[in-house]
Design a protein around this ligand. Structure first.
Ligand code: HEC
Length: 109
């Protein structure tokens, strides 16, 4: 008998819990995700994934001025190599800059 009452109490609690969950839907709007690089079909995307997010997240790309052109991203990429000794191949720079300026700047390839 006692067992039946306990089960009924649990069932009631579960029913209430479900009703509560249905009655209060939660909508969460997240800010644009800058933590990963924006996917692209440009060849520089894979290179940037290998070369540009080893030291910091892609948040840094996302925070740059959206009207920046190719020269800005070219200088930024070279600065990473010259100042912070980013270990990528010099030959990768044009493709990386194409991708970054098209994705995060105003350069339309
Ligand atoms: C060897 C480590 C390393 C690699 C690899 C690297 N960065 Fe950086 N990056 C840094 C450091 C250190 C900073 C400066 C952080 C700070 O000042 O708070 C930085 C800052 C930045 C910033 C913010 C603006 C600024 O001038 O501080 C951008 C944009 C950026 N990096 C882009 C890139 C791109 C694009 C690549 C790939 C080509 C890259 N990083 C690869 C170390 C690296």
């Amino acid at each position: 008998m006692q067992k039946t009452i306990r089960l009924a109490a649990i069932a009631t609690a579960l029913a209430f819990g479900t009703a509560f969950a249905i009655a209060t839907p939660k909508t969460i709007t997240l800010p644009p995700d800058g933590a990963v690089l924006q996917p692209s079909s440009l060849p520089g995307y894979a290179k940037a994934q290998a070369d540009c997010v080893v030291c910091h997240s892609a948040e840094y790309m996302f925070m740059q001025p959206p009207n920046a052109g190719r020269p800005y991203w070219d200088a930024m990429t070279k600065r990473m190599k010259a100042v912070f000794k980013a270990p990528f191949d010099e030959a990768d720079i044009p493709a990386i800059v194409d991708y970054l300026s098209a994705t995060y700047g105003n350069h339309k390839p």
